[in-house]
Design a protein around this ligand. Structure first.
Ligand code: SF4
Length: 393
């Protein structure tokens, strides 16, 4: 039996390449065992190629669907330039790439969705909030500069992507990690730790730095051509910019993680929350992203909106156990005490709410208290600034 490979001429981008299909399935170039190479450039040539194959041109005895090996890689796609280039380098080898992107209260999939559309790549978006919160409470490799447990986070993402690889029957995993680009999470040891802890050690390719890293199973099996992988290293972005220009990629986000765990203000609040809460809950970490935060002597937390946007966010996140306070007769932010509070805490929170309202500071004003169906009116004076400063998080 002869195997047939379909060769696309170099110099045309993969988005322009026609896709040869066999019974509706994508056809991979079985380069290594191919005895015959058909070069096609247009859809009509594709049809001609099929006519030739199916009519049994001399030299072609028969062909089975199983003769075609479709190699598929599952990638971690952040939407940044490195992950875009990693996917693009593999697409250039004729490999089908499927992206994965993850959602937690700290980051979302918007950038990855834009990148996937540009690369014409399927994208699987998964919410990994629960697993991420559990990992975040005691990361094996600790935190980066702020509260970012990047090594454990990458291992978790590869672990989740590995499940996709198995369910899709795909061949390997990849990411845009670059050796030495980030001192803590992308040094050689960290990359090795990530691969091992993900549970898919021998399946993980970093196409941009692969030539500095051990050969992986898909490379040894010839599914990925190692010679076409790259040797980018270090913090300079020069090679990536050159590659972007080579591929005509002009739109990509500037390097910034887009992850709240790397933002100092957010990280400070999260650390404080973890000191008071044995088990992190999704809503509590979402609340950290809005308003001013105070910790009362009673241990209760008070959050006060800074503007209309914050007020709306806080109200959209509240649940029926929360206390919500609002100054009745003057423009005011809302204040929330998550999970309810003692009378003492409510009085203090109401005084904070008055402090940030337009009400006069030197007289008692009415504050509406709401908790579930319960509604009361309190009368309180604004909390003095010096007291506020002591309890601000
Ligand atoms: S910056 Fe955030 S999303 Fe990225 S690896 Fe680190 S913890 Fe994970």
């Amino acid at each position: 039996m002869f195997l047939i490979a379909v060769k696309f001429p170099t110099g045309i981008s993969s988005s322009q390449k026609p896709i040869l299909t066999w019974h509706g399935k994508l056809l991979h170039k079985a380069w290594i065992s191919a005895r015959m190479i058909i070069t096609i450039q247009t859809l009509s040539e594709e049809r001609k190629a099929w006519d030739m194959i199916l009519s049994g041109e001399p030299g072609i005895k028969s062909m089975e669907e199983s003769d075609f090996i479709m190699v598929t890689g599952i990638g971690l796609i952040s939407g940044g330039l490195d992950s875009i280039l990693a996917a693009r380098v593999l697409q250039d080898q004729g490999i089908r790439v499927i992206g994965t992107s993850f959602v937690t209260p700290f980051f979302g999939a918007e950038k990855a969705e834009r990148a996937a559309a540009m690369l014409k790549m399927e994208l699987r978006v998964m919410d990994i909030t629960q697993a991420h919160l559990e990992m975040l409470q005691s990361p094996k490799y600790g935190y980066g500069k702020e509260m970012n447990p990047c090594i454990d986070c990458h291992a978790l993402m590869f672990h989740e992507a590995g499940k996709v690889m198995e369910s899709e029957g795909a061949d390997f995993l990849f990411s845009g990690e670059v050796l030495g680009e980030r001192p803590m999470s992308q040094n050689r040891q960290s990359l090795m730790n990530v691969a091992r802890d993900s549970g898919y050690k021998d399946y993980i390719i970093r196409p941009l730095s692969a030539l500095f890293l051990p050969e992986t199973l898909p490379e040894r099996e010839g599914k990925v051509d190692r010679k076409k992988l790259l040797n980018i290293e270090g913090r300079s972005r020069r090679r990536q910019m050159e590659l972007a220009s080579y591929y005509g990629i002009t739109e990509y986000p500037q390097p910034a993680s887009g992850c709240l765990l790397t933002e100092p203000g957010y990280a400070r609040r999260l650390k404080e929350l973890m000191q008071h809460t044995p088990i992190l809950e999704s809503r509590d970490v979402q609340l950290l992203g809005a308003g001013r935060h105070f910790r009362l002597d009673t241990g209760d937390k008070v959050i006060v909106g800074r503007d209309q946007n914050d007020n709306e966010k806080l109200l959209s996140m509240k649940d029926k156990t929360d206390v919500v306070l609002d100054v009745r007769d003057y423009p005011s932010p809302i204040a929330i005490i998550p999970h309810g509070a003692s009378k003492e805490s409510v009085a203090k929170a109401a005084a904070i709410c008055v402090r940030y309202s337009d009400a006069p500071r030197d007289k008692e004003v009415a504050v509406i208290y709401n908790r579930g169906e319960e509604k009361l009116t309190l009368s309180v004076k604004a909390l003095p600034n010096e007291e506020l400063d002591k309890i601000r998080i």
